[in-house]
Design a protein around this ligand. Structure first.
Ligand code: 4AD
Ligand code: MG
Length: 478
């Protein structure tokens, strides 16, 4: 038997009249004659032509949507429309039956809601095949970008003691028997008796550990799962998401912005080149979806145009203070009623504000810098004005915040003072503070929410559709 060939390779084959073996899942079987077979290497199915007159009737009956089959036959130039090659089956083996009465995925368009409920099988649709191939490419491109620039991929821990963002959104980790939790004399949970001898949680960010690496290896990045027990019942939040966090010694905020902009453009371009057919498919999908909307709500650019636009334009860079001025002026106009009234300097921007800046005002990606220190994390470098910090958020059309980062506070006294002000226990972070005691230096980094990047590149509307196994409140079955 000849070796299995992937359908993508077969469809591009220059050679015909050769014997091939192909394996996959039946998408459709027409007229007892034509099988549309898919193996996930591409959205394009290969057509298998069945000699039904000389094929056992019971075998024919078992060729149903969803069944796994192996086919050996001859690859020929196709006479039919819509495909260049097809396989004339000589031998068909059923590897796994699929009861057509029970199999949920039919050869028709299913709603995304329906597929979310059948997330264990949604990989077998064109939309999710395309999404997860693009996701794979983007992950590879992230590594390639940093590796080409001499960064070290640093694996930071999933279980930690610290809440890097200080937002109190960490999931606890314990191996206590929950029916019999040890208590201290004063009635508090006795974490000394827990597995690690202390209270621990799932990491919300690898940044603090990343900084330790950067203080020796100069240029590092992490790329791993992070966890937040925040309200993730939105189309932009997950309880478990993947984050890419570069951390670079000797970089300032401008270097940090340049690195982030270069990285985003690099990985988007990489996916456009590598997954052109999938992005073309997703572009058409989105165009169809847009047609359902009223004319005035439709996007004036296709997905492909949006991605190309992003590559060819500089991101707009401005300070938080400048952004507030723009938002204040936008508020009184009733036509722009989706803009929530901005309370004024010092308040955090809502996603509506962010999207207004990106989608209506500048009409391109925006980098906002120098936020009020009160609304940002303790580790950000304090500016000389005493009010703001060297923060940067990158805002993307249709997404809002895709990256959050900053120059870090490298001065021990300033850092300790800020931690005191914010009630962050210095004794627990003694190891972090040591980097400021021994050979401290300016440094900067950021975190890219990987799923938000995948959302942007695939044009999907819900973050639960761009991660294979989404975690959100009341959802962690598989
Ligand atoms: O802005 P955040 O909270 O920043 C940090 O965690 C820093 N320690 C990063 C750093 O400087 N090394 O999160 C960074 C990014 C956000 O911009 C967003 O894209 C994504 O992570 N993100 C989420 N994505 C999905 N679901 C959630 N619940 C997310 N929370 C943050
Ligand atoms: Mg943020």
């Amino acid at each position: 038997m000849s070796q299995r060939l992937k359908i993508k390779a077969l469809l591009q084959s220059q050679q015909t009249e050769i014997d091939v073996t192909v394996k996959g899942w039946v998408r459709a079987f027409r007229s007892n004659r034509f099988i549309a077979l898919n193996d996930g290497s591409t959205n394009n199915n290969i057509q298998i032509v069945v000699d039904f007159e000389n094929t056992d009737a019971t075998l024919l009956k078992r060729i149903t949507t969803g069944a796994a089959i192996s086919v050996t036959g001859k690859l020929i130039a196709s006479q039919g429309k819509g495909q260049t090659v097809e396989v004339i089956a000589a031998d068909i083996e059923i590897l796994g039956d699929s009861d057509p009465e029970k199999y949920p995925i039919q050869p028709k368009k299913h709603s995304l809601e329906f597929l979310r409920e059948n997330a264990h099988l949604r990989f077998r649709t064109n939309t999710f095949g395309a999404i997860f191939r693009v996701r794979n490419t983007l992950a590879f491109a992230v590594h390639q970008f940093f590796q080409e620039r001499g960064f070290v991929y640093l694996h930071t821990p999933v279980i930690t003691q610290s809440d890097a963002e200080g937002a109190g959104e960490a999931f606890h980790v314990t191996n206590f028997d929950l029916n019999n939790v040890p208590k201290t004399d004063t009635g508090e949970v006795d974490f000394k008796q827990d597995f690690f001898g202390t209270a621990t949680n799932l990491t919300v960010s690898g940044q603090l550990e990343g900084e330790l690496g950067a203080m020796a290896l100069s240029d590092v990045y992490t790329f791993g799962p992070t966890f937040r027990a925040e309200n993730s019942n939105t189309t932009r939040h997950l309880a478990e998401f993947w984050m890419i966090e570069p951390e670079v010694a000797f970089n300032n905020l401008t270097d940090n912005m340049d690195l982030a902009e270069d990285m985003l453009k690099y990985v988007i371009k990489y996916a456009l080149d590598k997954n052109a057919d999938d992005i073309e498919f997703l572009t058409q999908r989105l165009t169809e979806e847009e047609k359902q909307k009223p004319q005035n709500e439709r996007s004036d650019m296709s997905l492909l145009e949006k991605l190309q636009f992003c590559l060819t334009h500089d991101f707009e860079r401005l300070t938080y203070t400048e952004a507030i001025e723009i938002l204040k002026e936008s508020t009184p106009n009733k036509k722009k009623k989706f803009v929530y009234p901005i309370e004024g300097w010092g308040t955090d921007l809502q996603s509506e504000h962010e999207r207004y800046l990106v989608e209506k005002h500048f009409k391109k990606p925006v980098i906002l810098t120098d936020y009020p220190k009160e609304i940002k994390a303790f580790y950000m470098r304090q500016n000389d004005d005493g009010k703001t910090v060297g923060a940067m958020d990158i805002l993307f059309p249709g997404i809002g915040e895709i990256i959050g980062g900053s120059q870090r506070e490298e001065r021990l006294d300033k850092l300790e003072q800020r931690m005191d002000e914010m009630g962050i226990p210095k004794d627990e972070l003694w190891w972090y503070l040591d980097t400021r005691r021994f050979g401290t230096c300016p440094h900067a980094g950021f975190g890219l929410g990987f799923e938000r990047l995948v959302l942007f590149v695939t044009g999907m509307g819900n973050i639960r559709d761009v991660i294979p196994f989404p975690r959100f409140p009341k959802n962690a079955e598989f």
